[in-house]
Design a protein around this ligand. Structure first.
Ligand code: ADP
Ligand code: ADP
Length: 234
């Protein structure tokens, strides 16, 4: 079944000003539940903007339905944060609590979950990103770059989203760090049914991980297909 449906989406930044920028034009996109979708395209082609719309952080014109929620309604956009996790470039900037445990607990606490459930989720999420108990009391700022990145990802996983929107989540990491994080995302997708939308410039990641690829160019869908089909047409 479809978890994301986008019809005729347009988004213009700073409309009716000298700074006007049409970031998205006539975007049509459907994503199946449990799919691993990659979005590629040159700088400025609208990839980040599309993720922001799917996360309810930007609003365009057109039909956007995410997990059954029609995002033209404000009340639906406000429900989205519990179901859709967005991981920005350099997500470690999203870290801000005094220790790792509290940082990861921040989202579940905001969801108003009972204390035992918060604890269960925090421990599980930190275990998934391979940061064991010995890290829980450390300041997130004492961790290495790769560990900070994984800590930020744990904070999103602890919310148990159905959809993960990833904007170049491995940028700046070494090959081993990249591999670890991409393995985690692949696992969440194939074993736990999460739907993943990955924006990346790494064509190896796309070839290895994605079920399907959408290529954006100048705010439009330029091509769409399986990685093999896309790369064959190059
Ligand atoms: P990509 O992620 O593919 O690099 P973006 O979605 O960031 O593309 O940008 C698409 C277009 O929208 C670009 O022309 C960019 O300059 C413009 N843009 C992005 N964000 C903003 C913004 N906040 N205000 C004005 N223009 C923006
Ligand atoms: P695995 O053995 O595949 O690592 P587990 O058996 O530990 O997975 O956990 C599976 C459970 O994880 C599912 O029943 C589901 O409730 C829960 N889950 C679902 N989505 C997430 C998520 N985003 N982060 C953490 N746990 C999740």
């Amino acid at each position: 079944s479809k978890i994301i449906e986008v019809e005729n989406l347009q988004l213009t930044y700073a409309p009716k000003t000298a700074m006007q920028r049409q970031a998205l034009q006539n975007i049509n996109l459907t994503v199946e539940r449990g799919e691993f979708r990659a979005i590629i395209g040159p700088q400025g082609s609208g990839k980040s903007t599309l993720l922001q719309v799917l996360a309810g952080l930007e609003e365009g014109v057109g039909r956007v339905v995410v997990d059954g929620l029609d995002l033209s309604l404000k009340k639906n956009r406000n429900l989205l944060w519990q179901r859709v996790g967005i991981i920005f470039q350099q997500p470690e900037r999203q870290l801000f609590e005094d220790n790792l445990y509290n940082d990861v607990a921040f989202g579940p606490k905001n969801m108003g979950l009972p204390a035992e459930e918060i604890e269960r989720r925090v421990k599980k999420a930190l275990q998934k990103v391979n940061l064991g108990e010995e890290y829980h009391h450390l300041s997130p700022f004492k961790l290495s770059g790769g560990q900070q990145r994984r800590a930020a990802i744990a904070g999103i996983l602890a919310m148990e989203p159905k959809i993960l929107l990833l904007d170049e989540p491995t940028a700046g990491l070494d090959p081993r760090g990249r591999q670890e994080i991409m393995d985690l995302f692949s696992h969440l997708c194939s074993n736990q049914g999460l739907t993943i939308i990955l924006v990346t410039h790494d064509m190896e990641e796309v070839a290895q991980r994605a079920d399907k690829v959408t290529v954006l160019n100048k705010g439009k869908v330029f091509m769409e297909g399986k990685p093999k089909e896309i790369f064959a047409r190059g």
